[in-house]
Ligand binder design. Structure first.
Ligand code: ADP
Length: 248
């Protein structure tokens, strides 16, 4: 759609660490409502790419456009988060001694400041939104459980729910199924597809059966740039992709 700029557009981005180009003239597009999987061998630049999008790392060259004309490379991490970019790191970080519901409620109120959470009463709309999020993250029946009592997979889902409470336009998710059971992994693919129905999601993962379940567009990174892009079947038949995984 020519009248609708992509949600995220990395245009010729490069970054070096001590003279080593971790990201090398990388261009990448994420459309509105797209679920995109980023794969690639260790050291390909996946983490650095996410660090650039979230403002943790500033590129030496190139621009990162969000919703068309906002250049993220000029903004700091807090401003980028405020624009609606949420990031889920690999390790879950939930408030263990609070219930599932309270974790979501705290996340909802975070922009108002942690202390206001005790004074500000949730509106009816807030509660309805949290109920929806609970259903999305498969934790409706565990809403009054302490987060400490959840399985590893459920903690990952709760943290995704906490990000959803902040209503991001773009969600970056780093290796969500590492350490999950097979059943949790299958459920995580469904959950992320549901989320991507109303926002864009980038998932960095190594687990190929999970990537297959996601049925996402796959971008293969190698040596800091895009090596191949398309369906999983398409990219995994590409000789350069096979080489980059096996030829090292
Ligand atoms: P991936 O997530 O795909 O495994 P990374 O983005 O973590 O790859 O790393 C890409 C390359 O950049 C690697 O060679 C890594 O050693 C290097 N690198 C990443 N961050 C830094 C840093 N802060 N300082 C020096 N080198 C770094």
């Amino acid at each position: 759609d020519q009248n609708h700029p992509p949600l995220l557009y990395l245009d010729g981005v490069s970054v070096s660490f001590d003279g080593f180009k971790a990201i090398n003239n990388l261009s990448l597009i994420v459309q509105h409502g797209e679920l995109q999987a980023i794969i690639g061998p260790n050291g390909a630049g996946k983490t650095t790419m996410m660090d650039i999008v979230t403002g943790k790392t500033r590129p030496d060259e190139g621009e990162v456009f969000f919703t068309g004309d906002i250049d993220l490379t000029r903004l700091d991490e807090a401003a980028i988060a405020e624009l609606g970019i949420g990031r889920k790191f690999q390790k879950p970080t939930v408030f263990e001694s609070h219930t599932v519901w309270d974790n979501l409620e705290l996340a909802l109120k975070k922009p108002r400041g942690v202390f206001s959470a005790w004074f500000y009463n949730s509106s009816k709309e807030d509660e309805e939104r949290l109920e929806e999020i609970l259903a999305t993250i498969r934790l409706t029946v565990r809403r009054d459980e302490l987060a400490a009592n959840l399985s590893h997979g459920q903690k990952q889902w709760l943290e995704i729910g906490m990000l959803l409470a902040q209503d991001p336009k773009l969600l970056l998710v780093d290796e969500p199924v590492a350490g999950m059971t097979d059943a949790e992994t299958v459920e995580t693919a469904r959950l992320l597809k549901e989320i991507a129905a109303s926002r864009s999601v980038i998932v960095v993962e190594h687990d190929m059966s999970f990537i297959r379940d996601l049925a996402a567009r796959v971008t293969v990174l190698a040596e800091g740039s895009v090596l191949a892009q398309g369906s999983l079947d398409h990219v995994s038949a590409d000789p350069r992709v096979i080489e980059s995984y096996l030829g090292r």
